[in-house]
Design a protein around this ligand. Structure first.
Ligand code: FES
Length: 112
């Protein structure tokens, strides 16, 4: 696993509402996760689009959030819900993001 246990991915109070951010592994340059927030709902996903396997961020490192509830892949525009990563349109063709289980402890988000 590229994210050692007990590594905080982010602090809840640092997450904009809504947001989808990229969290990079400190031990594996190529590994990253997506952490999303919409209201009180926080989730994490593998940063790998089911369309062609790209990470979702654009060249500037950001993931586009649309209508307050979708994240859009910078590759070819597939969109996924912030809440559960389900395909919401575009070339994901019904395939969603792979969810990563998290726990929130003392205001920080950890892989479960
Ligand atoms: S790789 Fe994400 S839409 Fe193509």
């Amino acid at each position: 696993v590229s994210f050692p246990p007990d590594t905080a991915l982010a602090r809840v109070d640092e997450l904009a509402d809504p947001c989808a951010i990229v969290v990079r592994s400190e031990t594996d340059f190529y590994a990253s996760l997506i952490v999303t927030r919409r209201g009180d709902h926080i989730a994490a996903f593998r940063n790998k689009c089911p369309h062609a396997g790209y990470p979702l961020q654009r060249a500037d490192g950001r993931i586009v959030v649309q209508e307050g509830r979708y994240m859009v892949c910078g590759g070819h525009g597939a969109s996924f819900t912030l809440d559960d990563g389900a395909c919401a349109g575009g070339p994901c063709n019904g395939d969603g993001l792979e969810r990563v289980a998290i726990i929130i402890r003392d205001g920080a988000i950890y892989i479960a």
